[in-house]
Design a binder for this molecule. Structure first.
Ligand code: GLY
Ligand code: MN
Ligand code: MN
Length: 448
């Protein structure tokens, strides 16, 4: 974890964003998998860890917005627990590590919250258990818990977590460097005759060897056109394009999110290389133009124009690239967004609301197919860390639907597309820090 001062500063900044009330940030509890004691790997709530530093289940943080006074609530473990789990730091010791002066046990919290006359600010729950806890603590119905989510608190947390400090960026470099080892191992070992699962296991092992874990379920697939494909049961064949979207989470809780696509067992053939080069050009030209003040919505469109121009050279598209992108024709080939914030969550702060994180009064989410999946549209700021992840995919079901509907026939050459039905998909993704002068790709270079 970071020094206590880091957490003290974060809590004070948060309190400064809100005039009054009690800020309530619960940590996560263990989540049983098939019976109470057999649990999913514990994952702390990111905002709780950001402000309280504690990476253990069963704790709650409160911050008095007027005074800035913070309290860590939790129960010291019993001798019974110590027999099974070893000595554990006390609530007081955990609090001290994060510069929190006051502690209490969970029963104090429950009584205090039920009785308080202060406005209680809390974030949107994403686990059912959290709804139930809030209902008990605040004596409200589920519907009223939803209505009572504090938008002021959400906005304040987003404002703080969107700007990464130097010590956070250092952690994110570690995440990317571990992720780099995962991808390079996959490139070294993937071979015809292996199952995708063997590659998936190899890379997950490297994330665990880094004393962390995967930041999200890995995509390791010869069917890269299926965007969130978590099936790993296919056998790899020579000449397959293997798309791997996988990232490590550091022990401190920061994510990497990297995609590479390579050819199994041989070099790419000319057609694969031609499509690959378009994606690479889109990624690199967007990154070269990143700087504070640039709207990421415009970067998404820039990537789209490069993709259309490239596909024109292959005879798959025609017409004016800018017009094709403005009308949404490129989305046949890239039906997802160019990228998103990344930090403690791979889609950073998505639990707080995608539109509040990625959009604002000035830049609203598009309703157009494809661009409506863009998670981040607003202007970039120094200290943002984002992903840049263009791709080109040949999705037979989508091609057939659009062709049947006669969509964008002035931009799309459906006849020529028939040859690409079994192509799969290519994506390249890197993690990029926005700096005063432009941007910096995090981590050591990963082969592409
Ligand atoms: N790994 C999920 C994504 O790239 O957004
Ligand atoms: Mn990814
Ligand atoms: Mn991503």
């Amino acid at each position: 974890m970071f020094p206590a001062q880091t957490y003290q500063d974060r809590r004070q900044n948060l309190a400064n964003h809100l005039d009054s009330g009690l800020i309530l940030i619960p940590g996560n509890n263990e989540a049983p998998m098939n019976y109470t004691d057999n649990v999913y790997p514990f994952r702390q709530d990111s905002s709780f860890r950001y402000f309280a530093g504690v990476n253990k289940p069963g704790f709650v943080l409160t911050i008095d917005a007027s005074s800035g006074e913070s309290t860590l609530y939790g129960n010291d473990v019993s001798l019974d627990h110590i027999v099974w789990m070893g000595e554990q730091p006390s609530v007081r010791e955990l609090a001290a590590q994060a510069g929190i002066d006051k502690t209490g046990n969970l029963a104090d919290l429950t009584g205090g919250l039920t009785a308080t006359k202060q406005r209680v600010h809390y974030l949107p729950p994403y686990r059912e258990e959290r709804f139930r806890q809030l209902q008990i603590w605040l004596g409200k119905s589920r519907a009223n818990i939803e209505l009572g989510i504090s938008e002021n608190l959400v906005r304040a947390v987003i404002a703080l977590r969107s700007i990464k400090s130097a010590e956070e960026v250092a952690q994110m470099e570690i995440a990317v460097n571990t992720t780099r080892r995962m991808h390079h191992a996959a490139m070294d070992h993937a071979a015809p005759g292996m199952l995708e699962a063997e590659v998936a296991g190899l890379i997950e092992g490297i994330a665990i060897q880094g004393d962390g874990r995967l930041a999200y379920p890995a995509i390791v697939t010869r069917n890269g056109h299926i965007l969130h494909n978590h099936y790993h049961g296919n056998e790899l064949k020579e000449g397959d394009l293997l798309l791997i979207d996988a990232g490590a989470e550091t022990p401190t809780g920061y994510a990497g999110d990297i995609t590479r696509t390579f050819c199994v067992g041989r070099e790419m053939d000319n057609r694969q290389k031609a499509v690959y080069d378009i994606v690479k050009k889109a990624e690199e030209e967007v990154i070269a133009d990143l700087q504070p003040g640039v709207a990421y919505r415009d970067c998404h469109a820039q990537a789209g124009r490069i993709i259309v121009s490239g596909l024109k050279n292959l005879g798959l598209m025609q017409g004016d690239p800018a017009q094709a992108v403005a009308e949404g024709a490129h989305a046949l080939f890239m039906p997802h967004g160019l990228g998103h914030h990344i930090g403690m969550d791979v889609h950073d702060m998505e639990d707080l609301g995608e539109d509040l994180v990625g959009y604002d009064e000035e830049i609203k989410r598009s309703k157009q197919f494809g661009t409506n999946a863009l998670r981040l549209g607003k202007k970039l700021e120094v200290g943002n860390v984002i992903t840049v992840e263009p791709g080109i995919y040949f999705i037979p079901a989508l091609i057939d639907r659009w062709e049947a509907e006669g969509k964008f026939t002035s931009f799309i050459n459906y006849n020529k597309l028939q040859d690409f039905r079994d192509f799969g998909g290519i994506r390249i993704e890197d993690n990029v820090l926005i700096t005063e002068t432009g941007s910096r790709v995090l981590g050591e270079a990963i082969l592409k």
